[in-house]
Ligand binder design. Structure first.
Ligand SMILES: Cc1cc2nc3c(=O)[nH]c(=O)nc-3n(C[C@H](O)[C@H](O)[C@H](O)COP(=O)(O)OP(=O)(O)OC[C@H]3O[C@@H](n4cnc5c(N)ncnc54)[C@H](O)[C@@H]3O)c2cc1C
Length: 481
């Protein structure tokens, strides 16, 4: 369905103001502008494609009832609506492709219940608040994004994939999301509850299925952690160490392998690492220190404690790495990929092949995690340096990766299927039919083709990057450029 064929009402903003109050409906163009940015500027392709994004209004409900009323008003007026948490997504998930309404859920926040192995929260609750509540009961989140200080629970399950904790417990699809409740986008929104495997139909589907009202996440016993960085002269040793660490009895919440010169781009660590050191960032249980030291020595590494005064270790891995590499070289780009799982030898061969073929260009950054069946799985988030013909080089890099069995998860598209995290979307599409029969929830992000429809490439331009530290601004203003 396209905008022009939909019957529209000019009065939906008036209805929203009546329902929510004037202070909870944003119409001011300058203020709306901050809701039309996220972290899709990592990709010069997406940055160009999403530059003309616009909406008529932003609604900021502050309760579940106000959220329900907002959804009903949008549905009755056939106005496209796009949900938004903290706006830290990397693929333009929360940026609307059609004019209409953005709904900011950060005001619908709060921890509802904590029990053994489970926490229930409202959609706009930050993962930090959830983690703090869990830790008070001797537990912790099984997995949370490295943006947990600002990212919301609903934004994480709809826009994220894994993160801190995945080295011990796997990603979103590893049974770490226990239940989800959502509202249908209909004239009279109805609640739907999904449990167990049913939740897979909404994971990483960019908020296209329904409006999430409750998220229940898996908790695991709390550990006390120590942060270290381990340097290696040889990248193969660093990769083998990362793999063996996650495969060992050392309880590890993070094992992030960074090929030189990425460590030198981490300004607070640069002097300690230099341009030639390969680094593994490790966040592991303090009780396992001796076993960690033994593993480090076996792989010819050198372990150092986290430097005093440096930002927290979680501000360097996952997509945080790309903030540092873009700051070091604003014309750089990035990719995401999946190396061979559960096959250490093949993984190391793939690492060697990429090092040999694209030295200094495809800088390997690998998050070593538990796979969904308890084995080892390696997710690559490489900075790409010095690509004058960005689109052409991407095609070549992707073709090479595919040729050696590295699966590319393309971060240069805002379409769910093209991102590659979600395999079979049949159940997702069926649930969408049921929950969004009007097709007005974040239209264009599911069942479409970005590459066929919108691909346009421009130079990354003169970037005015916010620092990773500013990402933790509670207003989510780190997304502003
Ligand atoms: C520096 C950096 C590091 C990152 N590290 C990680 C990481 O470690 N792991 C990871 O998985 N991701 C990571 N990300 C991506 C992102 O931060 C996370 O996925 C985060 O959890 C998104 O949460 P958010 O609140 O910002 O969601 P948003 O970006 O606001 O939204 C994400 C999606 O969720 C949808 N949505 C939000 N609320 C609702 C709702 N109530 N109902 C329906 N749909 C909804 C939106 O429409 C959108 O499609 C990183 C990004 C950056 C910039």
């Amino acid at each position: 369905m396209t905008l022009s064929t939909r019957p529209r009402s000019a009065s939906f903003v008036d209805a929203l103001v009546d329902a929510l109050g004037e202070s909870r409906v944003v119409e001011d163009r300058a203020k709306i502008g901050r809701y039309l940015r996220d972290f899709s500027w990592y990709s010069p392709i997406l940055e160009s494609a999403l530059a003309d994004t616009t909406v008529t209004a932003v609604a900021k409900p502050d309760s579940l009832e106000a959220l329900r009323e907002t959804v009903a008003i949008a549905a009755r007026n056939r106005v496209p609506l796009t949900m938004r948490g903290a706006g830290t997504g990397n693929y333009g998930q929360s940026l609307p492709l059609e004019d209409g309404l953005v709904v900011d859920v950060k005001g619908v926040a709060g921890v509802l219940d904590v029990s053994e192995g489970r926490i229930a929260v409202l959609p706009g609750t930050t993962l930090k608040a959830a983690e703090e509540a869990a830790r008070q009961t001797g537990q912790e989140l099984a997995v949370m994004p490295s943006t947990y200080r600002v990212a919301t629970a609903s934004g994480f399950i709809c826009g994220g994939s894994g993160g801190i904790g995945a080295s011990a417990h796997g990603d979103l699809w590893s049974g770490n999301v226990l239940a989800v409740e959502l509202l249908t986008v209909t004239d009279a929104p109805e609640p739907v509850r999904l449990e167990g495997d049913q939740v897979n139909a909404v994971l990483h589907t960019y908020g296209t299925i329904g409006v999430i009202t409750r998220v229940e996440l898996r908790l695991v016993p709390r550990h006390e952690y120590t942060a270290s960085f381990v340097t290696f002269g040889d990248f193969a040793d660093a990769c083998a160490f990362g793999w063996d660490l996650v495969d060992s009895a050392v309880h590890t919440r993070l094992a992030s392998v960074q090929q030189a010169p990425i460590g030198g781009m981490f300004t607070p660590l640069a002097e300690l690492v230099g341009d030639t050191g390969h680094v593994v960032l490790v966040w592991s249980d303090v009780e396992d220190d001796a076993a960690l030291d033994e593993l480090v020595a076996r792989h010819r590494g050198t372990r150092a404690s986290w430097p005093d005064g440096a930002p927290h270790i979680t501000q360097f891995p996952y997509s945080h790495t790309i903030l540092w590499s873009r700051r070091a070289d604003p014309s750089s780009s990035w990719l995401q990929c999946e190396y061979a799982a559960d096959d250490r030898g093949r993984f190391l061969d793939q690492v060697a092949a990429l090092t040999e073929r694209f030295p200094g260009v495809f800088l390997q950054h690998v998050e070593i995690n538990k796979s969904r069946d308890g084995g080892v799985r390696c997710m690559g988030i490489p900075p790409l340096m010095g690509l004058p013909d960005h689109a052409g080089a991407l095609d070549e890099l992707i073709a090479f990766c595919t040729g050696i069995g590295v699966v590319v998860l393309n971060p240069h598209s805002y379409v769910v299927e093209e991102g590659g995290f979600v395999g079979d979307v049949a159940e997702t599409l069926a649930l969408k039919e049921r929950c969004d029969p009007l097709g007005i929830l974040n239209p264009g992000k599911l069942g479409a083709s970005f590459f066929a429809a919108r691909r346009s490439v421009s130079d990354a331009g003169d970037l005015d990057l916010r620092s990773p530290e500013q990402l933790d601004d509670p207003d989510g203003a780190g997304a502003q450029r």
